[in-house]
Design a binder for this molecule. Structure first.
Ligand code: NAP
Ligand code: GDD
Length: 345
């Protein structure tokens, strides 16, 4: 079956499908009966480990996941793809998403994370595609503005990444207001999982805990342990993305747990899980500091609860424990593919 066939299944186009959120979103959409089209970057090595378990050969009649080479920096490719796929829902999850790295690669981050959104929006407008558009906005946009943060809180980004996300946020609103597009911003606070990239702080910690407990690592170098974050569980957050696109009216929503935890708390809970004292293993390395830090992010998800009926169930302590357990399990499979299992409602 070729892309965009005539059957009645809803079609979604997902950028960033190889990332943490993209993999859970694709998994959830497939479970709901969608035909899912994902944008993947051509790479000299395989970069699809998070979605390999979802993929069937394209010659398989049952195949409902289609992957397409492309890049958010390549507007003409986006136009060709969207025109041929004709999706009803477009989820823009692709980004250079690492805040620390955005200080090293500010121009590229602006291009992919900021301009990538306008390339998609303008493509949708130019080809007259009737679809609903989701923009992966971020609590990093609030930056230095003190918590609690909600949909009306002023933005004060503290990194090239945060500034690029503010740009993408505003063009999404502009296309909604200017052209009547169903375009929404999900302002998601930090969300984590066993599929989280290994250099984000939670996964860096839980992976190190598993390796230290197994005798494969002796120390862990960290930056600012005082940072406060509102950490939730990624599979719950992709459900919120989907709900935003099913609502009657397009709007912007904060998605968060409303609770706070420091990096130090996350360390302590994670090491506790294997009966170790974190202070014996963790060392400071200034290379993990940022030129400007975001001290505290705590979201107020009242609007998502009231309008979308979305409520988070997993909070930071349970999240830390489930991630440590998953990393212990993953170690047993080292060298062989392993993926966590999620049960979708
Ligand atoms: P992630 O794991 O870092 O995944 C990023 C995805 O974007 C990957 O699939 C990556 O492809 C792709 N990508 C990067 N640059 C690209 C480009 N130029 N063209 C096409 N694809 C590109 O991020 P995530 O945690 O899933 O987050 C998903 C989105 O939500 C991101 O936009 C992120 O900024 C935003 N967000 C995340 C959080 C969070 O806590 N996780 C919170 C708020 C907002 P490769 O696999 O090839 O690298
Ligand atoms: N990565 C990392 N590594 N962070 C560290 C370390 C370390 O060794 N030590 C301390 N931290 C602190 C950072 O300074 C930051 O305050 C906090 O841990 C969280 O860092 P990250 O996990 O890298 O996430 P982030 O909050 O900067 O950004 C994530 O969340 C945003 C939403 O608020 C990313 O997923 C962004 O893409 C997302 O938009």
């Amino acid at each position: 079956m070729t892309a965009g066939t005539q059957d009645a299944r809803r079609r979604a186009f997902v950028t960033g499908i190889t990332g943490q959120d993209g993999s859970y979103l694709a998994e959830m959409l497939l479970a709901k009966g969608y035909e899912v089209h994902g944008l993947i970057r051509r790479s000299s090595t395989f970069n699809t480990s998070r979605i390999d378990h979802l993929y069937r050969d394209v010659h398989d009649e049952q195949s409902n996941l289609f992957l397409h080479y492309g890049d958010l920096s390549d507007g003409s490719r986006l136009a060709t793809l969207l025109d041929s796929i004709q999706p009803q829902e477009v989820y823009n999850l692709a980004a250079q998403s690492h805040v620390r790295v955005s200080f090293d690669e500010p121009e590229y981050t602006g291009d992919a994370t900021g301009l990538g959104a306008i390339r998609l929006l303008e493509t949708i407008r130019m080809i007259g595609l009737h679809c609903r558009y989701y923009q992966a906005s971020s609590s990093e946009m609030f930056g230095a503005t003190p918590p609690p943060q909600n949909e009306t809180t002023a933005f004060y980004p503290r990194s090239p990444y945060g500034a690029a996300k503010v740009y993408a946020y505003w063009v999404t609103r502009n296309y909604r207001e200017g052209y009547g597009m169903f375009a929404v911003n999900g302002i998601l606070f930090n969300h984590e999982s066993p599929r989280r990239g290994e250099t984000f702080v939670t996964r860096k910690i839980t992976r190190a805990v598993a390796r230290i407990a197994a005798g494969q690592q002796t120390e862990l170098y960290m930056g600012n342990l005082d940072a406060i974050r509102d950490w939730g569980y990624a599979p719950e957050y992709v459900e919120a993305m989907w709900r935003m696109l099913q609502n009657d009216e397009p709007s912007d929503y904060v998605v968060a747990t409303g609770t706070k935890y420091t990096v130090r708390d996350f360390l302590s809970t994670s090491f506790d899980r294997v009966g170790l004292d974190w202070e014996k293993y963790v060392k400071f390395d200034p290379r993990y500091l940022r030129p400007t830090e975001v001290d505290a992010l705590i979201g107020d998800p009242s609007k998502a609860r009231d309008v979308l009926g979305w409520t988070p169930k997993v909070h930071a302590p349970d999240l830390a424990r489930l991630m440590v357990d998953a990393d212990i399990e993953a170690l047993k499979h080292e060298g062989r593919p392993w993926i966590d299992t999620v049960t979708w409602a």
